[in-house]
Design a protein around this ligand. Structure first.
Ligand SMILES: *Cc1c(COP(=O)(O)O)cnc(C)c1O
Length: 364
């Protein structure tokens, strides 16, 4: 079986974790500070705060940007549910814009339709899905015209670039996940990056009980802290994320070369000037063949997954909130056609050739 995902750990992770244990300070401390600095620098942002997950990163970023109960926030329905749940945590209302057919990312044209129709949109959360940056040029133009807060969900897009700009500080804040299957991991973990010092200061308070001093609190905060143990793992992973990213991109190129000219498969589309970091290598399987194709891959030892099998507003939770079906037809079509196949950096050339060979042997 060639697995769909495989976290990679080496001696450095074990060494740094052991050092934390030996120090006796396993909650937040020096390793957290070091990891925070290192990851922020890698991503080219001015400021950063690490926290307990990608979900708490989104929640903290929305709060730090001033999202309040009753506010409206536009996002994509084609993402992991944490993206829009973070809006609900703030008591705000998610509004769903449709996606672009080719990139699977939020379509700025669909965002503008909502901005024209609805008054007082407070924020937009764009998701760099599968590791491909959104059309930040168009989103920034809309931001200027309609004045909203732009938050990037970078949970799948560590070190991805939109025209020489690393994602995470192109908008007002960028949220990252270090969950076990992401491009780098701390087991569970997250980060909020920003170029705005006020947003950063507020984020640091929100993730730590609204603390100004050890027992001084002037606002409602949370315990969204990361531990030193997790941060030690993250520090070791920071040394390797650049080479892993190169490997993901090289693996994706081999897959796309090997899978071109197969009539029922559409390989990932990357607009000019964008750096896709392939958290997932996701293809579209046309002609209603996706589920048959998935079963075939599983029977032939190729790990695969569906990201995502349903649009968020059709999930029972959101149905109870009153969202209508048919809201975003392009996203509703995508959920029926996408499938992710292995692209992670531990794949060998032989694995990649096997994947291509098995796929070429699929009989419609
Ligand atoms: C993983 C992920 C999250 C949530 O991150 P966690 O660390 O699992 O809480 C949010 N958004 C997207 C797009 C993700 O892929």
């Amino acid at each position: 079986m060639i697995p769909l995902v495989k976290p990679i750990f080496g001696k450095k992770e074990k060494q740094l974790i052991n050092e934390v244990i030996d120090s006796g300070i396993v909650a937040s401390g020096k390793s957290v500070e070091q990891f925070e600095k290192t990851f922020t620098k890698l991503s080219g942002a001015k400021y950063g705060t690490v926290c307990s997950s990608g979900t708490t990163a989104l929640h903290a970023a929305l709060l730090a940007c001033g999202i309040k109960p009753g506010d409206k926030v536009i996002t994509t329905p084609f993402t992991f549910i944490a993206t829009s749940n973070s809006i609900l945590y703030c008591g705000a209302k998610p509004l769903f814009a449709d996606i672009d057919e080719k990139t699977f990312n939020i379509d700025p044209k669909s965002v503008e339709k909502i901005l024209k129709k609805e008054k007082n949109i407070k924020a937009v959360i764009c998701v760099h899905l599968y590791g491909l940056p959104c059309d930040m040029g168009e989103l920034l133009k809309l931001k200027k015209k309609y004045k909203f807060i732009l938050i990037e969900d970078c949970c799948q897009a560590h070190l991805a670039k939109y025209k020489n700009k690393t994602v995470g500080s192109i908008g007002d804040a960028g949220c990252f996940s270090f969950y076990a299957t992401k491009n780098m991991t701390t087991g569970e973990g997250g980060a909020v990056l920003t170029n705005n010092s006020k947003t950063d200061k507020l984020t640091k308070k929100i993730v730590n009980h609204g603390r100004m001093a050890h027992y001084g609190h002037d606002m409602l905060g949370y315990n969204f802290r990361l531990t030193n143990v997790a941060a030690a793992m993250g520090l070791a992973q920071c040394e390797k994320i650049q080479s892993w990213t190169k490997q993901r991109i090289a693996n994706a190129k081999k897959l796309s070369d090997g899978l071109k000219n197969i009539d029922f498969i559409e390989t990932p589309f990357v607009p000019k000037g964008y750096t896709h970091v392939y958290h997932q290598y996701t293809v579209r399987i046309k002609n209603g063949l996706r589920d048959k194709f998935m079963k075939y891959l599983q029977e032939n030892g190729i790990g695969c997954g569906i990201h995502y099998p349903e649009v968020i507003y059709k999930q029972p939770l959101y149905q109870k909130l009153g969202y209508k079906k048919g809201l975003c037809p392009i996203a509703e079509q995508a959920v029926k056609e996408v499938i992710s196949i292995p692209v992670h950096p531990s794949l060998t050339s032989k694995d990649i050739n096997t994947i291509i060979k098995v796929i070429k042997g699929f009989k419609k």
